[in-house]
Ligand binder design. Structure first.
Ligand code: NAD
Length: 495
């Protein structure tokens, strides 16, 4: 490891006893430590209301990394940089001791006043924490000050604006890092490379050659222990507003003039501005919602969504969304972007399929159906890689064709070879690179689009539940494509 890899900072995690901190943040920080990005000059403060000692906290941190730590000596060394501060974020006085600890760690570890504040807490606390960070002088140091915010960023455009205004009182836009962990995934970051580093791809990346694009984010799990949050949110807000629209903007954007944060964001914003905002009947025609019923799948009997813990037994919250998005610009007019996401679906996968147009006539059998379509599939998770579906000659006599797949698998199916999204994103934040975080302009455009859908849905009846666990959602999701003469590209064998 060379010294210039090393990043200097105090990282304060609000919600340091929570699920996100334990499952994602501490393991990610450990990976950065073991790779030499964090070394001597870093310290982490975990805060939450509970009264914990530093030793108890360090034991918890070590527990969270026990499966990945290379030795107990290294785990001890890593955990020795962790400090715990009991702290109620709503209580102004608590910030005094937190500030004293922050300043002393700054000195002890020679952190140059660099501070990252990670808000791993319920979003209703984001505004108050940001304003106290400012008012209590946490950002009066010489170094950089960056705020990492977890999703959800608001519940609609209005609440997102309110939240943003409160954050902006304390932080500049370029100091706010809004996490969308999908943007930290290896193959999402690869979209730009696949497009802009391959002339055979980018030259075909338009409505002359592409028939349709499909984005699928499917989960087999139900709502698990997130019933309270999810019932207020639903798939539209939980998945489409952020992850899916971010992916669509990366697929649809024009090539940036440079691979800088500013230029990429500019192009993503332009793509989102070209997204056709549906009104009234158009919403019902182009957006399909679903909710899973009870049923037998994956070898067991499963509860319906309405029977899940902390879910209203008459809930009309959607656990599935499929939609046809249209992008009104020169490049994409006429190319539908179909998206779908849901819980309790046939398999767990995130995949993008780019379906190219058929050849103008089939010379080989006189039967167009005998030729498979050319499809470029980008596998995001759990597999990472790309597959290109082509037609070749069947070996032997005659000119019969057969489909072949050119495969590039990026890593083993468990994804162990690639860094976790959180690891990449925390390192980006330490380095001040906000490319794979959402800018306010993107967030606000996405909410505006989603609000139009949510408003129409609110005023119309649902017929929930309308899909069985272990399927790919309601029949209407298939009809959305068949009426255009298309079908969903298979994501799972079960489909
Ligand atoms: P959690 O409920 O497990 O943790 C919340 C933390 O906040 C706990 O440490 C708790 O002690 C602390 N806390 C609550 N009230 C407090 C107060 N008044 N003062 C100080 N501390 C207080 O939640 P989580 O699952 O870790 O999620 C945290 C945030 O991350 C949420 O915004 C969530 O939406 C988001 N998120 C979580 C995950 C995940 O995998 N858990 C994934 C994506 C986004």
């Amino acid at each position: 490891m060379t010294d210039n890899l090393e990043q200097k900072a105090l990282i304060t995690i609000f919600g340091g006893t929570g699920d996100l901190a334990n499952r994602k943040l501490y393991p990610s920080l450990y990976h950065l430590f073991s790779k030499g990005y964090l070394k001597k000059n870093f310290a982490v403060i975990g805060t939450a209301r509970r009264e914990w000692s530093n030793d108890f906290f360090r034991d918890k941190v070590k527990e969270s990394i026990q499966d990945i730590a290379t030795s107990s000596a290294e785990a001890d060394e890593f955990a020795s940089h962790f400090y715990y501060q009991s702290h109620d974020v709503t209580n102004k006085e608590s910030y005094v001791s937190l500030k004293t600890l922050s300043d002393s760690l700054d000195q002890k570890y020679d952190l140059a006043g660099n501070r990252i504040f990670y808000l791993a807490m319920a979003p209703n606390f984001f505004g108050i924490i940001a304003s106290r960070i400012k008012s209590e002088g946490f950002v009066d140091t010489k170094g950089f000050h960056r705020l990492i915010i977890e999703k959800p960023f608001g519940h609609d455009l209005e609440s997102a604006k309110e939240l943003n205004d409160s954050l902006r009182e304390a932080f500049h836009e370029d100091e706010i890092y809004r996490i969308d962990h999908y943007l930290g995934k290896e193959m999402i970051q690869n979209i730009s490379v696949i497009r802009f580093a391959n002339s055979i791809i980018e030259s075909l990346w338009n409505n002359r050659y592409i028939d349709n694009i499909q984005v699928t984010l499917s989960e087999t799990l139900g709502v698990e222990d997130r019933g309270r949050y999810y019932d207020e949110s639903g798939a539209l807000r939980d998945m489409v507003q952020n992850h899916i629209l971010q992916i669509v903007s990366l697929l649809a954007m024009e090539p940036p003039i440079k691979l800088s944060t500013k230029e990429i964001r500019h192009e993503k914003v332009r793509a989102l501005r070209s997204l056709r905002v549906y009104e009234g009947e158009e919403v019902l025609k182009n957006f399909i919602r679903g909710q899973y019923s009870a049923g037998h799948a994956f070898g067991k009997e499963l509860k319906g969504y309405r029977e899940e813990d902390n879910v209203n037994p008459e809930s009309n919250t959607e656990t599935f969304v499929a939609a046809k998005l249209l992008i009104d610009n020169f490049r994409w007019t006429g190319v539908p972007f179909y998206i779908r996401t849901g819980k309790r679906l046939a398999g767990k996968a995130t995949q993008i399929a780019i379906r190219f147009k058929d050849v103008p006539m089939n010379l080989f059998s006189g039967d167009m159906a005998a030729l498979g379509g050319n499809v470029l599939v980008i596998h995001i998770q759990p597999n990472e890689g790309i597959t290109l579906h082509l037609n070749v000659k069947k070996p032997g006599q005659g000119m019969e064709t057969m489909p072949v797949n050119l495969n590039y698998a990026h890593s083993s199916p468990d994804g162990m070879n690639t860094p976790e999204a959180y690891e990449k994103l925390i390192l980006d934040c330490l380095r001040g690179d906000a490319t794979y975080f959402s800018h306010w302009d993107e967030v606000s455009l996405s909410w505006n689009f989603i609000d139009h859908v949510a408003d129409v849905w609110k005023g119309t009846d649902t017929h929930f539940p309308n899909y069985k666990p272990g399927t790919m959602g309601p029949d209407e999701a298939d009809e959305l494509l068949t009426k255009d003469g298309f079908s969903w590209f298979k994501v799972h064998e079960e489909e």
